[in-house]
Structures are given as structure tokens and as C-alpha cells.
Design a protein around this ligand. Structure first.
Ligand code: PLP
Length: 231
């Protein structure tokens, strides 16, 4: 009987390809191969589907919904030490408490009210986790994020008024546009604010993002396959 690859095998192979592609892209850009972190975006996938990627040593994961993450990550974190879980989706202020308890990094800090809620909660439980500020580089009305013109002031407010640890910036370029100007804009805002972390690039464009200085790439479908539910 012909042997067939299991879907676990396929996920492991795809994860390996993504890791290799990241290394090559970093090298091609003249950057250190360990200067780019892969955030494996596991939204919509079950704990069973995620396990093989944990088994090969992947440590950094991204989820976009607090409730969904609460359903699978506490048990996974208990079984796999040193996991770093990133929130990459919009956060309501009334979920700040759950988010600070479960996530290790918040990538979607996008408004003063949320900065205030996160700061209060981190203070309350004495757990200070780094945040990335989401920038709406395409100035899309339906998309979350700080407008580029307001970015410098917001970085200052987060640092000075709320004492948050701002690790970097994050963006999701408009779907129907070339991504490079958005990556370049994010890098520019980061540089002038002394922020070295740049979370940009997804399955379709993470190599390009690395060329523009990405330090975190958020890759989902290229590892786990296509999602059945809209994220
Ligand atoms: C879903 C998602 C990703 C991953 O998208 P893929 O195209 O599957 O790699 C990255 N970033 C954010 C914010 C997402 O919501």
C-alpha cells in the first residue's frame, strides 16, 4: 500500500519551509538569520492541529480572538513550556483583563482608551507585557489602528502617561494594494520613534516584509493550510 502523508506531516513540512524561507530572506537582506521571529498564526485551528508545530519546537503563536485563545491555550501552555502567545486581533477594553492574563504580547494596541485599560490591568495584577502599536498605514476607515500622522504622539502617550512597554509597531496593509509602501512607512515611523520591533508580513508577503525590516512575521495559512471559517 502506498504511504500517504498525514495532515500533521504536511503541517510540519510547511512549517519547515516557512522557517527556511525566513532565514533565506533575512540573509538576502543582509540581516542576521535570527533577527526575524516567526509568529505562527493558529487562529481557527484546534489544539490537535497546532500540536505538531509545538512538537517541532515552534514557540511563538498568534491568535486574533481572546475567547478562542482562552479555549485552547491554557492547556497547551501547561504542556509546552516557554510559549509566547501574541494577540494579533482587535481587543475590546472589557477583555483587557483576560488578555493580560493569557497573552504574552499584545500586538494590537490601537487607541488611548485601550492603553489606559491595559496599563491599569497590568498594574493591578503586576504583570507587565510588551505591546506593539497597530498603525493603520492605509488609513482605511474600517480598519483598526492609529493613523500615521498620530503615531508619534500616541507612542509618547503610551510610554509617558501609561508607562507601557512599547516593543514596536504592527500593520496590516490594505488587501488590494502593493504592500511595500506600507512596510516602508511602518519602518519609518518605527525608526523615528526609536522602536526596533516591526510586526509586518503574512503568508503572501513575509519575504518582502523581511526585506523592509520586519522583525516579526505573522504567518498562518502557509503553515496550517487554508482556514475554513473567515477570521
Ligand atoms: C490571520 C492573520 C494573519 C495570518 O494570515 P495568513 O495570510 O494566513 O498568513 C496575520 N496577521 C493578522 C493580524 C491576522 O489576523
Amino acid at each position: 500500500r502506498m504511504s500517504r502523508m498525514s495532515s500533521d506531516d504536511e503541517v510540519i513540512l510547511r512549517h519547515g519551509v516557512v522557517c527556511e524561507t525566513i532565514k533565506n530572506a533575512a540573509q538576502d537582506a543582509g540581516r542576521a538569520i535570527n533577527s526575524v521571529t516567526l509568529c505562527a498564526v493558529s487562529k481557527t485551528f484546534s489544539a490537535e492541529a497546532i500540536a505538531p508545530v509545538l512538537d517541532v519546537g515552534q514557540k511563538v503563536f498568534g491568535e486574533n480572538r481572546v475567547q478562542e485563545a482562552e479555549g485552547k491555550w491554557p492547556a497547551l501552555k501547561a504542556n509546552y513550556p516557554n510559549i509566547e502567545l501574541h494577540l494579533i486581533g482587535p481587543l475590546q477594553t472589557n477583555k483587557a483583563r483576560s488578555a493580560v492574563a493569557l497573552f504574552d504580547i499584545i500586538q494590537t494596541l490601537d487607541r488611548p482608551k485601550l492603553a489606559q485599560s491595559l496599563a491599569r490591568e497590568m498594574e493591578r495584577v503586576d504583570r507587565r507585557i510588551p505591546c506593539y502599536i497597530q498603525i493603520n498605514t492605509g488609513e482605511e476607515p474600517q480598519k483598526a489602528g492609529i493613523l500615521p500622522k498620530d503615531a508619534d504622539a500616541f507612542v509618547r502617550v503610551c510610554r509617558e502617561a501609561y508607562q507601557l512597554e512599547i516593543a514596536g509597531l504592527m500593520c496590516i496593509p490594505p488587501q488590494d494594494e502593493e504592500a511595500s509602501p506600507h512596510f516602508a512607512l511602518l519602518a519609518d515611523i518605527g525608526a523615528r520613534n526609536g522602536l526596533t520591533g516591526l510586526s509586518m508580513g503574512m503568508s503572501a508577503d513575509y519575504q518582502l516584509a523581511i526585506d523592509f525590516g520586519a522583525t516579526v512575521v505573522r504567518v498562518g495559512s502557509a503553515i496550517f493550510g487554508s482556514r475554513t471559517r473567515a477570521a
